[in-house]
Design a protein. Structure first.
Length: 436
């Protein structure tokens, strides 16, 4: 039976739409209107930038987690609404200037705007201004091509405001960043010990791992978002391409269960089936992966008839391979007993191969083996039973049965099936239905 090969080309067709997601977001956009629209997403008339109060030191600042904030307040650098307002307005001016510049001249101004937005957010924690400032900081660094810094600000915003109104846009940005990092890693793979010191577009190390982490954050931070299923599928395909089939299978399974209405459902079934087949370790190991792969083929036939018809040749070969491997597993078990001269157990498994997998080549081999075991004892002869009896028995059930046998030898049963009056009390020995 030949194994299924050449699975790379259909996987690429599967991975392409998933990698692109529901929307195609390209880092370093060349369209000025995409830059300007980010600034217009929040209301400039928000009263969050009103007021000039300077926050004083409180008992809460003395907690261990707030030491940094306490030090800032003590040195006069703590939260200050007036400073926050001024920094926000300064950042807005820089952002507008950057948006009007040609693409090759924007980066520096966007980076300055991002720093000013971060300063504004630091000066008024817990406010609506902080939410706006962190979002605009992420946008500024995103258009400046400082992707790790942009992602850090997006994550800080979601941590402080889990239900932020900017969540959909943030998911799009982070999806684009993760995809860009994976594409960069494929073109210029970095070594496991490599450290990035100069490229602001990539993390300082482990670009691949950081990209997968961003996909996971999208799923966790916004599990019902528009890109949650896209991120799951993209992460699954990336693990598949890196031959981490068990990990890929986990993601495909998660997508099938958590996103039943996703456009990636068939691909999650199709690629999940392949991941399970490729994660199968052989006849000496468990066969759960084979059972689940066979189940997925049946589900695809029932739930996706059109897509199944398009891939029927491949899926028919996969189903045949699964049956062969399941037969091989039973045959391997029969051979194990055959080598131990336990012909009774071997015959049992040979018969199962013939009965359950008669359409495989192993059924004929099993039939031949049964002919060879005909007339042979079910179990090999025990040459030194007295020595075996001297050894302690590890089987608790067998020890109980041996105790019962020993008792029955010393207490023979009478004609009524009891072994003597000493077993039962006198009241219990009275025949049923008799009175005093």
């Amino acid at each position: 039976m030949s194994k299924i090969g050449n699975f790379a080309w259909p996987l690429l067709l599967v991975a392409l739409p998933a990698a692109l997601g529901c929307q195609s977001i390209v880092p370093r956009s060349t369209k000025p209107d995409q830059v300007v629209v980010a600034k217009d997403m929040f209301d400039e008339s928000d009263d969050s930038i009103a007021g000039d109060a300077l926050e004083s030191i409180t008992w809460d600042d003395f907690k261990l987690d707030n030491v940094k904030r306490l030090a800032a307040k003590a040195t006069g650098n703590g939260p200050n609404r007036k400073t926050a307002k001024n920094e926000f307005l300064k950042a807005e001016t820089l952002y507008k200037q950057a948006a009007e510049k040609p693409e090759n001249e924007r980066a520096a101004l966007f980076a300055q705007a991002g720093a000013a937005y971060v300063e504004a957010a630091d000066k008024w924690p817990g406010s609506a201004l902080e939410q706006d400032a962190l979002f605009m900081a992420g946008e500024s660094y995103f258009f400046a091509d400082y992707y790790p810094t942009a992602n850090a600000n997006y994550e800080r915003l979601i941590k402080a405001f889990p239900n932020s109104r900017y969540l959909d846009t943030i998911d799009q940005r982070r999806f684009a960043i993760a995809r860009y990092w994976l594409e960069t890693q494929r073109k210029n793979p970095e070594s496991w010990y490599g450290v990035n010191m100069f490229d602001q577009q990539r993390p300082w190390r482990d670009t691949h791992g950081n990209a997968l982490r961003v996909y996971d954050k999208i799923r966790v931070d916004d599990p019902t978002g528009r890109l949650a299923d896209d991120a799951t599928m993209a992460a699954a395909n990336e693990h598949f391409l890196n031959r981490k089939y068990e990990k890929a299978d986990d993601y495909y399974s998660d997508l099938r269960k958590a996103y039943p209405t996703s456009e990636h459902q068939f691909n999650a079934h199709f690629s999940g089936m392949k991941a399970k087949l490729l994660s199968y370790l052989g006849p000496n190991y468990g066969g759960t992966a084979l059972d689940e792969a066979e189940k997925l083929i049946k589900q695809m036939k029932r739930q996706f008839p059109k897509e199944y018809a398009a891939e029927q040749d491949y899926l028919d070969r996969a189903a045949a391979e699964i049956r062969y491997k399941k037969a091989e597993k039973l045959y391997n078990m029969a051979e194990y007993f055959y080598r131990r001269s336990e012909y009774g157990g071997a015959t049992h498994y040979y018969q199962r191969v013939i009965k359950e997998y008669e359409d495989t080549p192993l059924a004929q081999k099993a039939q031949e083996r049964i002919g060879e075991t005909s007339g042979k004892p079910a179990k090999p002869q025990q040459y030194a039973p007295w020595l075996v009896d001297l050894l302690p028995k590890r089987d608790k059930i067998q020890r109980m049965l041996d105790s019962v046998d020993e008792y029955e030898k010393t207490h023979p049963r009478n004609s009524q099936g009891t072994s003597g009056n000493e077993i039962l009390p006198a009241s219990a020995q009275q025949p049923v239905g008799t009175g005093n």
